[in-house]
Design a protein around this ligand. Sequence first.
Ligand code: T46
Length: 139
Amino acid sequence: MYKLINFQVHGNYQGNLVALEKGADFPFEIRRVYYIWGTTPSNMVRGKHAHRKLEQVIVCTSGSCDFILDNGTSRETVHLSSPAQGLYIKHNIWREFTNFSTDCVVMVLASEHYDEKDYIRDYQTFLSEVKQQQKAKTK
Ligand code: T46
C-alpha cells in the first residue's frame, strides 16, 4: 500500500542535508513539488481523496502529522515526523492526513502536473473503481 524510504543523511558539525534523486530514492520523474503548512486546528483532516495515476513521495520536513492510507480493503496509519524519511504512495490509495503539530510542514514530490481529473474525491467511487480494476486483473 505504501513504502517508507529512509533517505541518506549527510550530517556533520554544520547540521544535516538530504538530497533526493530519481532512481536512487524513488522511481519517477518529479513534475511538481508543493508544500503544506499552517494547518489548523491540529485535528483538521486534509486529503480525503485518491489519485487515478499520480505517485508521490511525501516528506514531513518539520514537525509531524499522521497519514491514514486505505487501499479499498484495509486502512493503516503512518506517523511522519522526520525529514530523513519519505512516504511513497502509488495511485489508487485513499489518503487522509491529520494530527498536525503547529510546526508541521509537508513537502510533496509528485510524478504528474496538477490535474483535477486525476482526483477521486468520493469514497464510494474510489471503492467501485478499485473493485473494477481488481476484477479486470483476475480475468
Ligand atoms: C495529496 C496531499 C498530500 C493546486 O492548485 N495545485 C496543486 O498542485 C495542489 C496539490 C493543489 N492545488 C489547489 C487545489 C485546491 O484548491 O490547492 C487547493 C488545496 O488542494 P487539496 O485540497 O487537494 O489539498 P490536500 O491537502 O487535501 O491534498 C494535497 C494533494 O492535493 C494531494 O494530492 O496527496 O496533499
